[in-house]
Each structure stands twice: as C-alpha cells, then as structure tokens.
Ligand binder design. Structure first.
Ligand code: SAM
Length: 274
C-alpha cells in the first residue's frame, strides 16, 4: 500500500467543496476514522457496504482494516478521488454511483453477509435505517450496522421506556437487535461543522422473538406513539384485539405508550398474532 495523501489534500486536488444539498460534512481525522472502522471488530476479508463515502476518509480506514468495500456514492464529483483510492488497494474497493435509497443492497453484496458502515447523509439516514430494520426476514443479511446520526436521533434509537427520547425508533431498533451508542462525535470533527452534535450507533441482529410479526408490531407502535401522551385504552382503540391483549397480559390500559417497554410491546404483538 502506497503512502496516501491527507484527505484534506484529496478534497483540494479534486475540488470537492462540501455540498449542503447532499448533506456533506466530511471527516478528516484519520485516528477518529480508524476508531470508527474498528467498531464492528476485525474486518479482515469481511464484506462492507459503505453509504456515502464522499472523498473517502472512512473508506480508506475500512480498506486499511482489510475490508472488501462496496461504496455507494451519489455525488459523481467524488468518483475520481475514490477511483484513485481503489488503485492503492487493488481488488478491495467497488464504487457504485447511485442513490442508496433506490438500490437493492443485498443483491449488490452478492447475497453474502456484510457489515454496514456509514457517515450517513442526515436526510436519508433515518429512511435507510428503517429499511434495514424492517421486514419479516430475520436475521437480515447484514451482520452489523455502524451508523453516524445526529446525536438526538442516536438517543432515540437507544432510549429505554420512560426516557423522553423513547418511541417508535427505539422499539423498531431494539425488539430484535442489540443496540449501543458507540461513540459521541463533536460537531467540530466535521468539515464543515454541522449545526448539531453527532453520535454513532452500533447494532447487531439478535434472535427474532417467536410468533411476532414485524408488521403487527409496527402497526401497534404507530398507533401507540401516534398519541404518546394518551392512555393506551385511547391510543390502541383502533387496533383490533389490542385492549383484550393488554388485559390478558396484565398491562394497565391507563398507562401511556412512553412507559411500555420493548418486551411488553412484543408480548402484545404476539398476543395479536398467536
Ligand atoms: N463518508 C464521508 C465522510 O465521513 O467524510 C462523507 C460523509 S457526508 C456526511 C455524506 C455523503 O453521502 C456525501 O458524500 C453525499 O454525497 C452522500 N450521499 C448523500 N445522499 C446519498 C444517497 N441517497 N445515496 C448515496 N450517497 C449519498
């Protein structure tokens, strides 16, 4: 592997001024990038999907860690810089030009297991996250997700019942995955710095509870958190069978959604779909 120029120089040489419209805030600190790339564990020979590599700071750290990287980037201005990086790591990097929201990630990764790492564009981050966590097929093809979010969104993903940040995102993430807030990242770590602080969440698939349908659980949390300050007997009125299920499980119908744990939501969903 040849000595690589600092990312700052790559950005300058390829004229990659950050585009606000594309949610571009670049990470340049190689030590920080190496720490992020280490979060999923040893990546030697592992397949990794990176969304939004930009000028390639995180991509470079992943390649150095020995990963086989497939990177999806929408901004074609970044492609020459990424092609150059690929030349320094022969046969380790595949770059796909396109919109990650429109691509079939499983097929792109050849049907094989893969890790996802991404400093996500904030505007598409939550949409991709929901997609990776949704669906009846479990375990998913991905082995881990290591994702940068606005700190407030990261807190919503890892929140527990009773926390202000607790809601649909927490249940979606936690009912069949292990989640952790892996690292807080100060806004000054980015160029240009965004207005808000960031944090990285790390997820690995956990076993899916038996006899629970993802769709039923989603409907339940949609209704419950749609009126989060209302009592369950009000918010779940429109979900057939939900109130008898609460009674049979001994869950007080005067409680509010924000106090109902992930395990309790799972139990109600199971009772609706025996
Ligand atoms: N990974 C780089 C880093 O850490 O410095 C860049 C991060 S920047 C926050 C987000 C990147 O995602 C940008 O390069 C942007 O062009 C790209 N991007 C935005 N929307 C995208 C989409 N829908 N699909 C693929 N890439 C996208």
């Amino acid at each position: 592997m040849a000595d690589l120029p600092p990312i700052r120089d790559v950005i300058k040489r390829h004229g990659l001024a950050a585009s606000k419209a594309l949610g571009q805030n670049f990470l340049l600190d190689e030590q920080l990038l190496a720490r992020i790339a280490a979060l999923p564990g040893d990546l030697t020979g592992a397949k990794v999907l990176e969304v939004g590599p930009g000028p390639g700071g995180l991509t470079r750290a992943l390649l150095k860690a020995g990963a086989q990287v497939t990177a999806i980037e929408m901004d074609r201005r970044c492609l020459p810089a990424l092609a150059e990086l690929g030349e320094s790591f022969p046969e380790q990097l595949t770059v796909i030009e396109g919109d990650a929201l429109k691509l079939d990630h499983g097929a792109l990764m050849g049907g094989e297991p893969f890790h996802v790492l991404s400093n996500l564009p904030y505007n598409v981050g939550t949409a991709l996250f929901v997609r990776w966590l949704s669906g009846e097929n479990w375990p998913p093809q991905w082995q881990s997700l290591t994702l940068m979010f606005q700190r407030e969104v990261a807190e919503r993903i890892v929140a527990s019942a009773g926390d202000d940040a607790y809601g649909r995102l927490a249940v979606l993430a936690q009912w069949r995955a292990e989640v952790a807030l892996a690292m807080k990242v100060h806004r000054s770590a980015f160029t240009p710095p965004p207005k808000v602080m960031s944090a990285i969440v790390h997820l690995t698939p956990a076993p899916m509870p038996e006899s629970v349908s993802a769709r039923t659980l989603e409907r339940l949390t949609e209704a419950a958190f749609g009126q989060r300050r209302k009592m369950l007997r009000q918010s779940l009125k429109g979900v057939p069978g939900a109130l008898p299920a609460l009674a049979s499980l001994g869950i007080d119908e005067t409680r509010r959604a924000e106090t109902v744990s992930v395990a309790e939501f799972v139990a109600v969903a199971r009772a609706l779909n025996p």
